[in-house]
Design a protein around this ligand. Structure first.
Ligand code: COA
Length: 387
């Protein structure tokens, strides 16, 4: 059944027209599926709640790209491959040292992932084995890019990666210079699991569009990073924290603050979704994690502000939170700077992006929609010296 938002287009031979491609099925995927009415999300058939509870991020990486959960040996093998690729090429590290401290971290990530391709002999190889190695390499190196940039801009030396430990453990170590506690590592790992894939969202679509031209992974992933940067997509988590900090600084009443924002016609970041018509299941998992973290630390204010905003948005607009809403206070309570929240989203989503590229290339067709031309026609050309 076509979505009711999809209207018949009678001109220009195009079969359908949908603003923002809403409701359009652009391709088939076996990777993840969202039930927007029920608030359910599955990766490869597994419920996100079960994965968040029982799987590590590396297991999810394997699941997404191979279709099955790994055996212990398969997981050890993937972990070993990821560890062996953690170190950035020397010229890339030198490049990072010359980046302005006030650069947007997503712009840095986009540029540096692209630069990684310049030092990869397999950058343009399109056979499956090379692409699988590149997927591991890019995923393994993104944490090093984010951590090195953050330390350099703070006047600190980048920390070389550990030779063991999970991606979550190693990232927090490279960022903070000390090994994380078990609880922080587990919380961060769950965040990575929750962000790994999410249907044909804007950045995944961007990634598949680039892949569909048979361009390479070092072109598709930076393109996806660029799409994720926007505040209507992954950039929302940073904006959520900005709002919570502003409420705190002003000593504002969160409910009043949100009502004023809505009255001014502004959007409240971290709310609303193109597909969900109820609470995003990832937001529910993160809400419980924030509550637990806050209780453990005896600092409830971020949780309390968040819940007050949530109630107000439900009362005023009937809109529920999305994944970005509670991930903001989760990362903040792990001591992570707000402008790194979106790069961390990208870190995790790289698992989905690369898996989507394999799926795209396994049965490729160029993604090339149409625009309805609504401009002028039949104009008479006037030479430049007569205009
Ligand atoms: N705050 C206030 N109002 C919102 C809102 C928000 N966060 N999200 C949606 N709405 C309102 C819109 O104003 C619109 O109301 P109207 O019909 O009275 O004009 C209605 O809900 C539908 O919004 P629309 O922008 O058409 O939906 P969409 O499917 O294009 O947008 C988002 C989806 C995610 C872009 C949108 O919800 C949004 O901007 N959210 C904030 C950014 C964010 O958190 N992004 C992360 C997504 S995971």
């Amino acid at each position: 059944m076509p979505d009711q938002n999809v209207k018949e287009l009678t001109t220009d031979d195009a079969p359908i027209k949908a603003r923002g491609l809403e409701g359009v099925i652009a391709l088939e995927s076996e990777l993840s599926s969202i039930d927007g009415q029920e608030g359910k999300l599955i990766y490869r058939g597994y419920d996100i709640n079960d994965l968040a509870e029982g799987a590590s991020f590396e297991e999810v990486v394997y699941l997404l790209s191979n279709g099955e959960l790994p055996t212990r040996d398969q997981l050890d093998d993937l972990r070993q491959q990821l560890r062996s690729e953690r170190t950035l090429p020397t010229p890339v590290m030198e490049f990072l040292r010359n980046i302005p401290d006030d650069a947007h971290p997503m712009a840095v990530l986009q540029t540096v992932v692209s630069a990684l391709g310049l030092y990869d002999d397999e950058a343009n190889a399109m056979d499956e084995a090379s692409n699988r190695r590149k997927a591991v390499r890019i995923l393994a190196q993104i944490p090093a890019i984010i951590a090195a940039f953050d330390r350099l801009r703070k006047g600190l030396e980048p920390i070389p990666p550990l030779e063991d430990g999970s991606m979550a453990h190693n990232f927090l170590y490279m960022l903070n210079g000390e090994e994380p506690g078990e609880a922080a590592e587990r919380t961060f790992d769950v965040c990575l699991v929750l962000h790994a894939d999410h249907g044909l969202n804007a950045s995944t679509f961007t990634n598949r569009v680039i892949g569909s031209t048979m361009s390479d992974m070092y072109s598709a992933i930076p393109g996806a990073v660029g799409a994720l940067k926007g505040p209507l997509h992954g950039g929302a988590n940073r904006e959520v924290m900005r709002m919570l900090l502003e409420i705190d600084e002003q000593g504002a009443d969160p409910a009043k603050y949100v009502r004023e924002k809505l009255a001014a016609g502004e959007r409240v970041m971290g709310f609303g979704h193109r597909v969900y018509r109820t609470m995003d299941p990832r937001a529910a998992i993160l809400r419980d994690m924030v509550q637990e973290l806050s209780e453990k630390e005896g600092a409830m204010k971020w949780y309390e502000y968040s819940m007050a905003i949530l109630e107000t948005m439900r009362d005023e607009k009937g809109i529920d939170p999305n994944v970005d809403f509670f991930s903001a206070s989760t990362y903040y309570q792990l001591g992570i700077d707000p402008d790194l929240f979106t790069p961390i989203f990208a870190l995790s989503r790289t698992a989905g992006w690369t898996a989507h590229l394999f799926e795209q290339w396994a049965d490729n067709r160029l993604i090339r929609p149409r625009a309805e031309y609504v401009g002028k026609r039949d104009r008479t050309f006037v030479p430049i010296d007569q205009r």
